[in-house]
Design a binder for this molecule. Sequence first.
Ligand code: ADP
Ligand code: MG
Length: 361
Amino acid sequence: MLETHNLTKVFGRAVGAQESILALDDVDFHVAEGELMTVLGPSGCGKTTLLRVIAGFETPDSGTVTVAGRPIVAEGARTVPAHARGIGLVPQEGALFPHLSVAQNVGFGLRRLHPCERRDRVAETLELVGLAGFGRRRPHELSGGQQQRVALARAIAPRPQVVLLDEPFSALDEYLRENLRSEVRALLTRLGTTTIMVTHDQEEALAMGDRVAVMRAGRVIQVGPPRETYFQPADLQLARFLGEAVVIKGELVGAGTDRACVSCAFGTLPVAMANGCTGPCDVLIRPENIRIGDVADTRSPGLVGTVREQTFYGHDGLLRVHVAQLGGDVTVRVLGDHPHRVGDDVRLTVERSVSTYPIER
Ligand code: ADP
Ligand code: MG
């Protein structure tokens, strides 16, 4: 449905600019019809620029964008103006028109419809986002979450082929954010809209995306389903950005075959992704994949250590276990009501395949 090829955008080439910024560096990706793609990356990596180029508010220096096979940007030149692209953008700050009512905001992109049709469409869309009856209010009379829904309603009211959401939940508190996430996801799925949602929040990207595209310094470094992104990240820097990571040394055996294994302190573990390693490597283990058990249980050898610290999050918790054999600590995720206490000796085993990486210099 939406494809970009070699998109590049440089800022600050103007006369007098100190240095130029490569905001988009050869960005290539595609989003399938009805798919929700999340774009994840730290602040400043080019997420907003990517959306603005696709929406038509920014002209790239080179590259192409096509929507449903129709080129809207070709070789860096806009061929279709923003309003005619069939793309709805919800900008980062929501940006409702403060002097217009909710209904006027939602009807903003519907000026070409007959007034009756427009009224029906506005009512229908407000109902979709759970704000039926709010049409006469002004934005300042709404909560943050309601304003965000109006911004979404304004973007989807013209029934665009593609919706772009720029950090739509970042200004909301945690509880509201979680609710709105699943609501918005369900709504977009129901409408069958093709969506790109950008966020700097890794949990949000993993929870909402059918696939996740990870950006770093203007480049897309990995695209894949959330599970793959989390368990097989492209490199260790991304592994640590996405969550808790245990990294130990290992030796890859059987490189290049589908039976590749890594020999490490935990024993011999199957490898899900070898990343071109041969021989010595770094091994990534997620704390969820470490099983904690009784020291006396020697059915699987694993490693013996001592619980040094525990952090309680309610539904789950993290234990920091000192393992003398590794000369360091290993983080293990446990259920909130786990029986282990600081000072306890425990046995740690890994029962899932792992990913390996070339050793960091
Ligand atoms: P993100 O949304 O991921 O935080 P942006 O796309 O907003 O990142 O910005 C990417 C880079 O481009 C940043 O270094 C930012 O400072 C720069 N940038 C963005 N817009 C402009 C602009 N209009 N002029 C100059 N530099 C810009
Ligand atoms: Mg941004």
